[in-house]
Ligand binder design. Structure first.
Ligand code: NAP
Length: 539
């Protein structure tokens, strides 16, 4: 068995960057199934990836717990029991630590180790991976498992450095937590994260000011402890749950209704939306099959949700600001919540519209918008991430002839199947741009990618092949397919969405995830293999 303390000079079969869901399973597959020498490098001091860093108040997964886990091992699936409908961040951390222990993964993970560069030694056909600590590891394969939402996007607001209070980004939350009691807190951002954090922060802050640029839909999560009956059902139905999550377009354990908005009367539609609202969660999207492809159909859901906001929020001006949503429902990642809109009925919470009166600067005492001054003790940036490409470009990867990945992707990401880039042989990106990734329940694409990469490496070794990379033509074809899949939906209509890179100033506006659905993506990958890895050059 390979040992944890692999000498830096020793050549490895693979370096994996990241020890979240992806990196842990990739390690297990390469080490235990293929018997390779593998080293995982992880910047954090523990496993967990995205969940290691995102420990903000209210952090909880929006996927239902029975579908938010690995399914490769029936024994693992049956050994673990989630306590609530949606797992909270600490429980997900317990799960991932349980997996690390169960499969003895830690001995091949080096924690507190940030990768700062990865260069090709083309003559030796190796990747040279450099860490912030000054070490260099050499490996045949380099696999990035860095997640899609791990590079915090802190807006560049003039004067931030002068702020005399404390400020935090939700994706880099202090492990010791933050005490809001008696404080005047400002939250910037009303995406999935802000919508989860705001109700929790409001419970202890003296005053909470929410700075909203784009109003957002949200559906109640209706989180609750799982009943013993449901837990027993989950344990007894590993195969069925796995089958459903592998067959739905988004990898969730619910099936999208096979009916159009226009198949039912207005009264029936209202009743169906009402029932979906009462059930709660991301499956509100599954009420009709055409919500994401037909704008008029989408309008019926959007209007229903806006009426709900107006019904919950008592102050009419605040309700109007919250319901003034400018994009189709679910064209941005739809949040789900626990008392989000009702939180604005609390006397200690106010909403500030920074769309009509943008934030101008931060002073030592608070935030100044075009409409006024807001004195604050703490600022929380729930402002999202430099998504998908950000974590990859931060690694300093250079391919053949020293070509930086940042240069290869200057006009936006280009790759094949989301997995490989021409000019970067033997580099695999788990949930890279062009993968269905963030449009899915993440463990499902992760398991598929990791298994596909493992099979590809096994194939290479069996055939005595040394290098794999896609052809330019295959990349062009995949980029066209990713664009076409997005264009067939309403997703690109949310022009400010992070799916498009629009949240980061200067980032190319390219729709990044593959919107054709996980099931179709899986079939495509299987067909590529069946045709002898068509689109890949293996030498
Ligand atoms: P996000 O969706 O990108 O939302 C960021 C928010 O910050 C938006 O409201 C944005 O406004 C605002 N913002 C950014 N810069 C700003 C500025 N300079 N001034 C004012 N407002 C600004 O980020 P997120 O909420 O962290 O969510 C990111 C993704 O993480 C989600 O879409 C989801 O995929 C994932 N996530 C999942 C869960 C879960 O499963 N439970 C929870 C949280 C997050 P604009 O819209 O105007 O840009």
């Amino acid at each position: 068995m390979p040992d944890a303390n692999i000498a830096a000079a020793e050549t490895l079969d693979a370096v994996i960057i990241g020890a979240g869901f992806s990196g842990m399973y990739q390690l297990l597959c390469l080490r235990d199934r293929l018997g390779l020498k593998v080293q995982v490098l992880e910047a954090g001091d523990g496993v967990g990836g995205t969940w290691y860093w995102n420990r903000y108040p209210g952090a909880r997964c929006d996927s239902e717990s029975h579908s938010y886990n690995y399914t490769f091992s029936k024994e693992l699936f049956e050994a673990w029991e989630w306590s609530e409908r949606y797992p909270q961040q600490p429980e997900i951390m317990r799960y991932l630590n349980h997996v690390a222990d169960r499969f003895d993964l830690r001995r091949n993970i080096r924690f507190g180790t940030r990768v700062v560069a990865a260069r090709r030694d083309e003559a030796a056909n190796l990747w040279e991976v450099s860490t912030a600590g000054g070490e260099t590891l050499r490996a045949r394969y380099l696999i990035t498992a860095v997640g899609c939402l791990s590079t915090a996007n802190v807006p560049r607001i003039a004067g931030l450095e002068s702020f005399a209070g404390a400020w935090y980004h939700t994706g880099q939350w202090p492990h010791a937590g933050v005490d809001f009691s008696g404080k005047r807190v400002g939250v910037v951002g009303t995406g999935s994260t802000g919508i989860q954090a705001i109700p929790v922060i409001a419970e202890t802050a003296a005053e909470l000011t929410v700075f909203q640029r784009t109003a957002n839909y949200s559906v109640p999560a209706h989180n609750a402890p799982l009943t013993p009956e449901f837990k027993a059902w989950v344990k007894g139905n590993h195969a069925e749950i796995r089958q459903v999550t592998r067959s739905t377009p988004n990898g969730h354990a619910f099936v999208i209704a096979n009916r159009s908005v226009w198949d039912v009367s207005a009264e029936e539609r209202e009743a169906l939306y009402e029932a979906a609202w009462d059930k709660g969660g991301l499956q509100f999207r599954a009420t009709f099959r055409d919500l994401l492809v037909d704008k008029q159909a989408n309008n019926t859901a959007a209007e229903f949700l806006k009426r709900k906001i107006r019904g919950i929020v008592q102050d009419p001006k605040t309700a109007e600001l919250l319901a003034d949503i400018d994009h189709p429902y679910a064209a941005k990642r739809p949040p789900i919540d626990d008392n989000y809109f009702a939180t604005f009925n609390r006397p200690n919470v106010r909403l500030v519209d920074v769309r009509s009166a943008p934030i101008e600067r931060i002073t030592p005492t608070g935030i100044v918008t075009a409409a006024g001054d807001y004195p604050l003790d703490i600022i929380v940036f729930a402002t999202g991430f430099d998504a998908m490409t950000g974590p990859l470009l931060a690694l300093g990867i250079e391919g053949r002839d020293g070509l930086p990945l940042a240069e290869a992707w200057a006009a936006g990401p280009r790759n094949y199947l989301g997995l490989q880039v021409a000019g970067f042989p033997n580099l695999f990106t788990v949930t890279g741009p062009g993968s269905p990734s963030v449009l899915c329940n993440m463990p499902v694409p992760i398991e598929q990618h990791v298994e596909w990469i493992t099979d590809c490496i096994a194939h290479m070794r069996a055939k005595g092949l040394a290098r794999v990379e896609p052809t330019e033509a295959a990349m062009d074809g995949w980029v066209a397919e990713v664009n076409a899949a997005a264009a067939a939906t309403l997703l690109p209509e949310a022009g400010h969405s992070w799916y498009l890179g629009a949240n980061v100033p200067g980032k190319p506006r390219v729709f990044m995830p593959y919107a054709g659905g996980m099931a179709r993506y899986r079939e495509t990958c299987e067909a590529v293999v069946a045709k002898g890895y068509v689109g890949f050059a293996m030498t």
